[in-house]
Ligand binder design. Structure first.
Ligand SMILES: NC(=O)c1ccc[n+]([C@@H]2O[C@H](COP(=O)([O-])OP(=O)(O)OC[C@H]3O[C@@H](n4cnc5c(N)ncnc54)[C@H](OP(=O)(O)O)[C@@H]3O)[C@@H](O)[C@H]2O)c1
Length: 279
């Protein structure tokens, strides 16, 4: 399938909203969709980083008509901002074709050493932020009878390892929400896709919260050796264009863990208990 053709018919410009566009996977997605001639809306908290991404996109030498990216600040943890954010996108761009719920934050810490407000913060950003934006975007998509909602979950949304309880729980919630939403939106011609990446070389472990709420500040070895964000963005675009319901983009070990969790749970629990003692 010709992606350029699918994403940017000259008479049907696609507006793609990407949360967490200031770095990592979101930034790479912004480059991919901009390259395909889409109008990208770059959203996150750090306006200066979003402006940097915007300038990088503008500086690119792409073939065909180009759309100027739009920067809109957004804090996913502030539920009161979410409707206003979507209204602003409609004011500036007229519509939303694809909403990519990518912005998120990870966790490093055992259950017993993780404070309740860390659980709330991670759930607010990773889960309620995505739910709130989706709820705000859906009515206009339903009116137009078209749209695509994408959730960037994680392999941690399909199994859970020690020291990631808050993160894995938020991504499990996202997966479940996505499955319910997909079923309900089928009759409205709105697509729902859930992406579950394994390790990706981004700032995710640096930005993760510890149990006390501090920033982890460490580049984990597995993250440093992960896929490039550009590779994951390319796979994500394919998933969207081919209207796949879900996609796992992962290394062998997380894939094996997902398989064991469902096929031989007792073995999986035993391995995870050993891992918890080790860490
Ligand atoms: N890297 C991996 O190994 C991996 C694996 C599986 C899934 N994922 C998922 O991929 C997504 C992107 O993460 P990444 O790997 O690209 O990490 P990243 O480089 O740390 O990017 C995280 C993005 O989320 C944004 N963000 C964080 N808190 C936010 C908030 N309160 N409101 C709005 N935006 C917020 C950040 O922007 P600001 O700081 O500017 O707000 C940043 O753009 C996340 O959902 C993550 O869980 C990552």
């Amino acid at each position: 399938m010709n992606l350029q053709y699918v994403l940017s018919w000259s008479n049907c410009l696609k507006v793609v909203v990407i949360t967490g566009a200031s770095s990592g996977i979101g930034e790479a997605l912004a480059h991919s969709f901009h390259n395909y001639g889409c109008k990208v809306v770059l959203a996150s908290r750090r306006k200066s980083e979003l402006e940097r991404v915007k300038q990088d996109l503008i500086a690119k030498n792409i073939a065909g008509p180009r759309q100027e990216p739009v920067v809109i600040e957004l804090d996913l943890a502030d539920i009161t901002q979410l409707e206003q954010f979507v209204e602003k996108v409609h004011e500036v761009c007229g519509k939303i074709d694809i909403l990519i719920n990518n912005g998120g934050i990870s966790h490093r810490g055992s259950v017993i050493h993780t404070k309740m407000d860390v659980y709330c913060k991670i759930m607010d950003i990773n889960y309620f932020g995505a739910v709130g934006l989706t709820l705000a975007a859906l009515p206009k998509m339903m009116e137009r009878k078209c749209g695509h909602i994408v959730f960037v979950s994680s392999v941690q949304g399909l199994m859970a390892i020690p020291d990631r309880s808050a993160y894995a729980a938020s991504k499990h919630a996202m997966q479940a929400f996505g499955d319910s939403l997909r079923a309900e939106m089928h009759q409205h011609n709105i697509n729902v896709s859930v992406l579950s990446p394994g390790y990706v070389k981004t700032a995710v472990s640096l930005n993760a919260l510890t149990g006390s709420g501090d920033t982890h500040g460490v580049m984990d070895k597995s993250t440093a050796n992960g896929f490039t964000a550009e590779y994951v963005a390319m796979k994500t675009v394919d998933m969207i264009v081919n209207n796949e319901n879900e996609l796992i983009v992962s290394q062998f070990l997380p894939r094996l863990a997902i398989f064991l969790r469902h096929a031989i749970p007792s073995l999986y629990f035993w391995i995870m208990a050993k891992r918890a003692v080790k860490t």
